[in-house]
Design a protein around this ligand. Sequence first.
Ligand code: FEO
Length: 165
Amino acid sequence: MVPNKKMEALLNKQMNAEFYNSHLYQAMAGWFEGQNLPGFASWMEIQAGEERGHAMKFYNHLKERRGAILVGAVPAAPVKYKGALDAIQAAFDHEVHVSQEINKMMETALAEKDFAAVEMLRWFVTEQVEEEANVDAILQQLKMVGESKGSLMYIDRHVGKRKAA
Ligand code: FEO
Protein backbone atom coordinates (compact mmCIF):
# COMPACT_ATOMS: atom_id res chain seq x y z
CA MET A 1 0.00 0.00 0.00
CA VAL A 2 1.36 3.40 -0.97
CA PRO A 3 2.23 5.48 2.13
CA ASN A 4 0.08 8.55 2.69
CA LYS A 5 1.66 11.95 1.97
CA LYS A 6 2.58 12.57 5.61
CA MET A 7 4.37 9.23 5.97
CA GLU A 8 5.93 9.49 2.53
CA ALA A 9 7.48 12.83 3.53
CA LEU A 10 8.78 11.41 6.82
CA LEU A 11 10.24 8.32 5.15
CA ASN A 12 12.05 10.53 2.66
CA LYS A 13 13.22 12.86 5.40
CA GLN A 14 14.76 9.99 7.37
CA MET A 15 16.26 8.44 4.22
CA ASN A 16 18.06 11.73 3.57
CA ALA A 17 19.04 12.03 7.24
CA GLU A 18 20.67 8.59 7.02
CA PHE A 19 22.58 9.64 3.89
CA TYR A 20 23.80 12.60 5.96
CA ASN A 21 24.78 10.21 8.78
CA SER A 22 26.95 8.32 6.30
CA HIS A 23 28.52 11.61 5.21
CA LEU A 24 29.06 12.65 8.84
CA TYR A 25 30.93 9.44 9.74
CA GLN A 26 32.98 9.55 6.55
CA ALA A 27 34.00 13.11 7.46
CA MET A 28 34.91 11.90 10.96
CA ALA A 29 36.97 9.10 9.37
CA GLY A 30 38.87 11.74 7.42
CA TRP A 31 39.47 13.76 10.57
CA PHE A 32 40.80 10.72 12.43
CA GLU A 33 43.12 9.91 9.49
CA GLY A 34 44.59 13.38 9.95
CA GLN A 35 45.14 12.66 13.65
CA ASN A 36 47.12 9.49 12.84
CA LEU A 37 44.48 7.36 14.52
CA PRO A 38 43.80 4.77 11.78
CA GLY A 39 41.78 2.49 14.06
CA PHE A 40 39.19 5.18 14.78
CA ALA A 41 39.22 6.15 11.09
CA SER A 42 38.51 2.56 10.07
CA TRP A 43 35.69 2.29 12.65
CA MET A 44 34.14 5.48 11.26
CA GLU A 45 34.45 4.27 7.69
CA ILE A 46 32.63 1.05 8.54
CA GLN A 47 29.98 3.12 10.32
CA ALA A 48 29.59 5.33 7.23
CA GLY A 49 28.87 2.17 5.23
CA GLU A 50 26.27 1.04 7.76
CA GLU A 51 24.55 4.42 7.59
CA ARG A 52 24.28 4.16 3.84
CA GLY A 53 22.64 0.79 4.44
CA HIS A 54 20.15 2.51 6.77
CA ALA A 55 19.33 5.06 4.07
CA MET A 56 18.80 2.25 1.57
CA LYS A 57 16.33 0.54 3.91
CA PHE A 58 14.12 3.64 3.66
CA TYR A 59 14.79 3.88 -0.07
CA ASN A 60 13.75 0.26 -0.64
CA HIS A 61 10.74 0.60 1.63
CA LEU A 62 9.53 3.53 -0.48
CA LYS A 63 10.36 1.65 -3.67
CA GLU A 64 8.42 -1.47 -2.68
CA ARG A 65 5.39 0.60 -1.70
CA ARG A 66 5.56 2.76 -4.81
CA GLY A 67 6.10 5.91 -2.78
CA ALA A 68 7.99 8.85 -4.27
CA ILE A 69 11.74 8.59 -3.67
CA LEU A 70 13.23 12.04 -3.18
CA VAL A 71 16.98 11.90 -2.66
CA GLY A 72 18.05 15.43 -1.75
CA ALA A 73 21.25 17.37 -1.18
CA VAL A 74 23.49 16.19 1.66
CA PRO A 75 24.53 19.06 3.96
CA ALA A 76 28.20 19.53 4.79
CA ALA A 77 29.34 17.67 7.89
CA PRO A 78 31.78 19.06 10.49
CA VAL A 79 35.41 18.33 9.61
CA LYS A 80 37.16 19.63 12.75
CA TYR A 81 37.11 18.41 16.35
CA LYS A 82 39.05 19.37 19.47
CA GLY A 83 40.19 15.79 19.99
CA ALA A 84 39.10 12.14 19.88
CA LEU A 85 36.82 12.59 22.88
CA ASP A 86 35.12 15.60 21.26
CA ALA A 87 34.52 13.66 18.01
CA ILE A 88 33.16 10.57 19.76
CA GLN A 89 30.98 12.72 22.03
CA ALA A 90 29.57 14.38 18.89
CA ALA A 91 28.90 10.93 17.38
CA PHE A 92 27.12 9.80 20.54
CA ASP A 93 25.01 12.96 20.78
CA HIS A 94 24.10 12.54 17.13
CA GLU A 95 22.96 8.95 17.64
CA VAL A 96 20.74 10.05 20.55
CA HIS A 97 19.22 12.61 18.18
CA VAL A 98 18.66 9.93 15.51
CA SER A 99 16.93 7.70 18.10
CA GLN A 100 14.61 10.58 19.00
CA GLU A 101 13.75 11.10 15.32
CA ILE A 102 13.04 7.39 14.81
CA ASN A 103 10.84 7.34 17.92
CA LYS A 104 8.89 10.40 16.73
CA MET A 105 8.40 8.75 13.37
CA MET A 106 7.16 5.56 15.02
CA GLU A 107 4.64 7.66 16.95
CA THR A 108 3.34 9.17 13.69
CA ALA A 109 3.30 5.79 11.90
CA LEU A 110 1.16 4.38 14.73
CA ALA A 111 -1.17 7.40 14.68
CA GLU A 112 -1.52 7.14 10.89
CA LYS A 113 -2.06 3.36 11.14
CA ASP A 114 0.78 2.77 8.69
CA PHE A 115 1.57 -0.72 9.95
CA ALA A 116 4.02 -1.47 7.13
CA ALA A 117 6.11 1.49 8.26
CA VAL A 118 5.68 0.49 11.91
CA GLU A 119 7.16 -2.95 11.19
CA MET A 120 10.08 -1.44 9.26
CA LEU A 121 10.69 1.13 12.00
CA ARG A 122 10.78 -1.58 14.67
CA TRP A 123 14.11 -2.67 13.15
CA PHE A 124 15.41 0.87 13.54
CA VAL A 125 14.24 1.16 17.15
CA THR A 126 16.30 -1.94 18.01
CA GLU A 127 19.21 -0.82 15.84
CA GLN A 128 19.37 2.57 17.58
CA VAL A 129 19.85 0.88 20.97
CA GLU A 130 22.90 -0.85 19.48
CA GLU A 131 24.10 2.29 17.70
CA GLU A 132 24.08 4.31 20.92
CA ALA A 133 25.67 1.47 22.92
CA ASN A 134 28.52 0.99 20.41
CA VAL A 135 29.53 4.65 20.48
CA ASP A 136 28.95 4.95 24.22
CA ALA A 137 31.37 2.06 24.89
CA ILE A 138 34.16 3.99 23.13
CA LEU A 139 33.10 7.27 24.75
CA GLN A 140 33.34 5.80 28.26
CA GLN A 141 36.81 4.40 27.56
CA LEU A 142 38.01 7.78 26.28
CA LYS A 143 36.60 9.52 29.35
CA MET A 144 38.39 7.01 31.56
CA VAL A 145 41.86 7.50 30.04
CA GLY A 146 41.75 11.31 29.87
CA GLU A 147 44.74 12.86 28.09
CA SER A 148 46.94 9.74 28.08
CA LYS A 149 48.39 9.36 24.56
CA GLY A 150 49.45 5.76 25.20
CA SER A 151 45.94 4.77 26.21
CA LEU A 152 44.51 6.59 23.19
CA MET A 153 46.75 4.53 20.91
CA TYR A 154 45.66 1.38 22.71
CA ILE A 155 41.97 2.25 22.19
CA ASP A 156 42.74 3.10 18.56
CA ARG A 157 44.13 -0.39 18.00
CA HIS A 158 41.11 -1.91 19.74
CA VAL A 159 38.40 0.01 17.81
CA GLY A 160 40.33 -0.66 14.59
CA LYS A 161 39.45 -4.35 14.92
CA ARG A 162 35.82 -3.65 14.06
CA LYS A 163 34.76 -5.63 11.00
CA ALA A 164 32.06 -4.57 8.54
CA ALA A 165 28.77 -6.40 9.22
FE1 FEO B 1 21.44 5.29 11.12
FE2 FEO B 1 23.50 5.68 13.30
O1 FEO B 1 21.82 6.09 12.67
